[in-house]
Design a protein around this ligand. Structure first.
Ligand code: TYD
Length: 131
């Protein structure tokens, strides 16, 4: 998988409340090495603003909603709106992402293929596009 796409995960519906799960191998195209989550985002703030050289990631709106604007290295722009806790956006390496329009109480879960490594970040959009 080399392109960004929305993945739909299993949803076990139940009158007591719904349940969604992920496991590897199975629902996602890489081995999970790290999870992190973003929450308490003040209105109007933007997160992200970078690409990864090697890291694959899936972002899920566990609660609330937000938008993810993605640029590929040619500068093509696509915006995804996440608001379902059983769907996630798969982002392979070399995709610039910006997260915006966080709703009140939004929580984004990030599932990553690697441990944190600042050297894997590209934080200059012009360097990213010219890469
Ligand atoms: P960053 O990835 O830039 O956040 P965002 O993409 O949402 O804007 O990370 C913000 C800060 O947190 C930065 O100083 C690095 C640190 N950080 C870690 O120490 N470990 C992690 O796993 C992550 C994701 C970030």
């Amino acid at each position: 998988m080399n392109t960004c796409e929305i993945l739909s995960f299993p949803k076990i519906t139940d009158n007591r409340g719904n349940l969604t799960f992920l496991q590897t191998p199975g629902e996602i195209p890489f081995v999970i090495k790290r999870l992190f989550w973003i929450y308490d985002v003040p209105g109007g703030e933007i997160r992200g603003g970078h690409a990864y050289k090697n890291q694959h990631e899936i972002i899920i709106a566990l609660s609330g909603s937000f938008d993810i604007t993605v640029y590929d290295i040619r500068g093509n722009k696509t915006t995804f709106s996440l608001n379902r806790s059983y769907c996630g956006l798969y982002l392979p390496p070399s995709n610039w992402r910006e997260m915006s329009n966080f709703s009140t109480n939004a929580v984004s879960l990030h599932i990553s293929s690697s441990a944190f490594n600042e050297n894997d970040y590209i934080r200059d959009f012009n360097l990213f596009i010219k890469k």
